[in-house]
Design a protein around this ligand. Structure first.
Ligand SMILES: [Zn+2]
Ligand SMILES: [Zn+2]
Length: 406
C-alpha cells in the first residue's frame, strides 16, 4: 500500500486546467483528482512548485534514444531507449520497427517482450505494444530506411510476428500487393492500422479504409501528394494520402513537431484540419536523442544506414534530407504549443489521450482520471520535465531534462 500526493500545481485535464490542484496516487493508480492541498495520512508528498501536473506522454512512433535503437534487438537497448524517453515525459511507449531482415524484426519483438513482461519503473516508459512499422514500405518512399530491409507484405512472415501478441500498431504502404490482406489481418488483431512510407492514391487508401485503415504515419513526410502522384500516374492529377486524411473525419494522423520537419504553419494547419482528437504528437526519434552530434546508424546498430545527428534533427549523409528527429516528446509539446493556437489541455491531449484512444488504451492511460495508471508528470511553467512518476513511482529526471529552468 503506497500513497503519493502531487500538490501545488495546475492539473492538466483533457478539457481544462484545474488550478491549485492535487492528484492522489494509490497502489499504482490514480485515486483522486481535485483542488486543495489535503494530504492523506502517510502519503509521500510531491510538490509541483506552482508548475503543471500532467498525464504522462504516450509515443506511438519512436525508434530509440540515448544511443540505442529498438532494432538493436537486445533487452539492454530496449531499456536504454525506454529510460531515455521517460526522462522526456513519455510513460507509455510503442517501440517502432524500421525496415530490416526478418530475423532483426523477430529479435526486436522478442527483446520488447522480455522488457515488457518484467517492467518496473526503473525501466522507464512502459511498453504498451510494438508498432510494426518497417519493412512493408513503398520502394519510392523509403526515406532514411535501408532499401535492403524493405519488402512486400508476406503473410507467412507477418503472421509469425503477430503471433507474439505484441503488435498493437501496424503500418503498410497501401499500394503494395497484399496490403489489403495485411490491413484486414491487423484489424482483426485489434491494431491501429496505418499507412506510411507510401505513394498511395485515394483509391488505394479507400480500399484500405474498407478493411480498417484509420491512420497515416508522420503527416507530409514520405507520403503521397498530388505532385508525387502526378509523377506516378500522370494526368488527370489525383488525390492521395493528404486529401484522404483531411477529408475523412475518422482518419487520424501524427506530426513530428520538432520544428525541423514541419513549419509552424503546417503544424497549425494539421491541428486546424484534424483537431486534437485526431492528431497525435510523436517523436519518431532515432538513437541520437540526448547524444552528441555526429554519425549514427538508423535502425540496427550493425547494418542500419548512417545518418548525421546535427543537434536539432537527424540528416542524411549528403545533408539533402531529414533522417528522423533527435528530440523527446516534451520538446514536441513545447513546439506545438508555440506554433498553434491550441490550448495547453489540447496540446497535452495530442501527446496523451489521443494516442491512448487511437490504440484502444484510453481506459488505462492517457489522462488524469480516477482508476487510470498513476503515470504523472510534474512540468515547470515552461513545460520542462521536473518529475516523472510511472505507476506512482518517481523516476529521477536526468540533468539534461533539468537544464533551462522555467
Ligand atoms: Zn517514417
Ligand atoms: Zn519512423
Amino acid at each position: 500500500m503506497s500513497t503519493v500526493v502531487v500538490i501545488n500545481g495546475t492539473v492538466i485535464l483533457p478539457d481544462r486546467l484545474l488550478e491549485n490542484g492535487r492528484v492522489v496516487l494509490r497502489d499504482g493508480r490514480i485515486d483522486a483528482v481535485g483542488k486543495g492541498t489535503a494530504t492523506p495520512r502517510g502519503a509521500t508528498v510531491v510538490d509541483a512548485q506552482g508548475g503543471y501536473i500532467s498525464p504522462g506522454f504516450i509515443d506511438v512512433h519512436v525508434h530509440g534514444g540515448d544511443g540505442a535503437d529498438f532494432m538493436d534487438g537486445t533487452a539492454d537497448a530496449v531499456r536504454t531507449a525506454c529510460r531515455c524517453h521517460a526522462r522526456h515525459g513519455t510513460t507509455t511507449i510503442f517501440p517502432t520497427s524500421t525496415t530490416g531482415s526478418r530475423e532483426q524484426i523477430a529479435a526486436m519483438l522478442s527483446a520488447c517482450a522480455e522488457v515488457k513482461s518484467s517492467h518496473t519503473a526503473a525501466d522507464g516508459a512502459r511498453i504498451a505494444g510494438v508498432h510494426f512499422y518497417g519493412p512493408y514500405f513503398a520502394p519510392d518512399k523509403l526515406g532514411c530506411h535501408s532499401a535492403a530491409g524493405r519488402r512486400e507484405p508476406d503473410a507467412e512472415e507477418y503472421r509469425t510476428h503477430f503471433a507474439t501478441g505484441l503488435i498493437r500498431i501496424a503500418t503498410c504502404a497501401a499500394e503494395l500487393p497484399g496490403a489489403v490482406e495485411f490491413y484486414r489481418f491487423a484489424r482483426k488483431q485489434k491494431c491501429l492500422v496505418t499507412c506510411g512510407h507510401s505513394n498511395a492514391t485515394w483509391t488505394e487508401m479507400a480500399a484500405g479504409y474498407r478493411v480498417g485503415l484509420r491512420h497515416v504515419d508522420h503527416f507530409w513526410c514520405v507520403m503521397s501528394s498530388v505532385s508525387s502522384l502526378r509523377e506516378r500516374c500522370g494526368t488527370p492529377m489525383q488525390a492521395g494520402m493528404e486529401q484522404f486524411v483531411l477529408a475523412l473525419p475518422d482518419m487520424s494522423t501524427e506530426v513530428i513537431a520538432d520544428g525541423c520537419h514541419l513549419s509552424p504553419e503546417l503544424l497549425r494547419f494539421a491541428y486546424q484540419m484534424k483537431g486534437a482528437s485526431r492528431l497525435c504528437l510523436v517523436t519518431d526519434s532515432s538513437r541520437a536523442v540526448d547524444m552528441p552530434e555526429g554519425m549514427y546508424r538508423f535502425g540496427n546498430r550493425d547494418d542500419g544506414p548512417l545518418f548525421i545527428n546535427a543537434g536539432d534533427v537527424g540528416r542524411t549523409l549528403d545533408e539533402t534530407n531529414l533522417a528522423s528527429s533527435v528530440k523527446g516528446l516534451d520538446h514536441m509539446v513545447r513546439t506545438m504549443l508555440a506554433a498553434t493556437k491550441a490550448s495547453l489541455p489540447e496540446v497535452i491531449r495530442m501527446a496523451s489521450l489521443t494516442p491512448a484512444e487511437r490504440t484502444g488504451m484510453a481506459d488505462d492511460v492517457g489522462s488524469l482520471e480516477v482508476g487510470k495508471r498513476a503515470d504523472v508528470l510534474v512540468l515547470s511553467k515552461r513545460l520542462q520535465v521536473r518529475r516523472v512518476l510511472i505507476g506512482g513511482e518517481c523516476i529521477v529526471p536526468s540533468p539534461a531534462a533539468s537544464v533551462g529552468e522555467g
